[in-house]
Design a protein around this ligand. Structure first.
Ligand SMILES: [Zn+2]
Length: 296
């Protein structure tokens, strides 16, 4: 009888323990859910999209930038994805033209999704302290909000590239004409601030060019633009909680064994870790003998 009571009591405690665990997990999940949707929900959704895009992009080992850079530097070229269309060839040739003279290690620091007050100004300060020029792929709507920041980018000698008017995937990837209109509107906004002389043809697709509709890519090249992706990144768009250390590790792993680096970072609203990571990235690049250049 005593044994039976002991068994029942023990069972009761085990059940209570399991029940406690389940309750705890339930509350933790709900808390995470609440945190995920409370502030800047749109940015989170964009982050997730970007993260997915970035991962997909990375998986595609034979991406355009990598191949073009490899060809340019006459390094060993693996059998690569066939470049089949005229516009792809044309785009590749244009990137080659810009990068062909580079025989040494070169890094292109690129910043997407700005100009913003909270991040771009810090980025500019760091670049100034290090006497380095970068390339800013700006969003037209952000240019409207922060014209003074764009002006500063220009005055301090950096390159400005086009990153569409809205950065809204549904809009920009809906048709070639919508995409071109967004690009032209953004060019007009930039010209209105930095002057009619602005003529940078470098363009970056929101989320990268990988798997974008052929007709849209073609329209961009036919209209004299050069679309350029990246072959190195810090992952600063991959979830807002990614630590500086993790971003730096991501940079190191994607920069490994590459002489030419087109580095993707973000200076859009809320990317508050970018400046801190940038300092580490610059130090690494300097210590490892990279020169800096801009896409223009
Ligand atoms: Zn972007």
């Amino acid at each position: 009888m005593k044994k039976k009571t002991l068994l029942i009591v023990t069972l009761f405690y085990i059940m209570a323990f399991i029940f406690g665990l389940a309750i705890g997990k339930y509350f933790a999940t709900n808390k995470a859910k609440a945190e995920g949707t409370s502030d800047v929900e749109i940015i989170n959704i964009e982050d997730k999209k970007q993260e997915k895009e970035n991962k997909e992009f990375e998986k595609n080992q034979n991406n355009n930038v990598e191949n073009t850079i490899k060809d340019t530097q006459k390094q060993e070229t693996k059998p690569t994805e066939e470049i089949t269309t005229d516009y792809e060839k044309k785009n590749k040739e244009k990137i080659k033209e810009v990068m062909a003279k580079k025989t040494r290690k070169v890094a292109y620091l690129t910043f997407d999704d700005g100009p913003s007050k909270d991040v771009t100004l810090s980025v500019l300060e760091i670049l100034k302290q290090n006497n380095i020029k970068g390339t800013f792929f700006v969003i037209g709507e952000m240019v409207k909000t922060n014209p003074d920041v764009l002006k500063k980018i220009n005055e301090e000698g950096h390159a400005i590239g086009n990153h569409t008017l809205t950065h809204n995937y549904k809009s920009v990837y809906s048709s070639p004409s919508v995409m071109l209109k967004e690009i032209e509107d953004t060019d007009k906004l930039i010209k209105g601030i930095v002057g009619e002389g602005y003529n940078n043809r470098f363009f970056r697709f929101p989320g990268g060019s990988f798997k974008r509709p052929m007709d849209i890519k073609k329209a961009i090249v036919d209209n004299g633009y050069i679309y350029i992706d990246w072959n190195c990144l810090t992952g600063d768009a991959e979830g807002k909680m990614m630590s500086v250390e993790r971003q730096y590790e991501r940079f190191l792993s994607t920069a490994k064994n590459k002489n030419s680096l087109v580095i993707l970072m973000h200076d859009g609203i809320g990317k508050k870790t970018t400046p801190e990571v940038l300092i580490k990235v610059i130090n690494y690049l300097k210590e490892n003998g990279y020169e800096f250049d801009i896409l223009r």
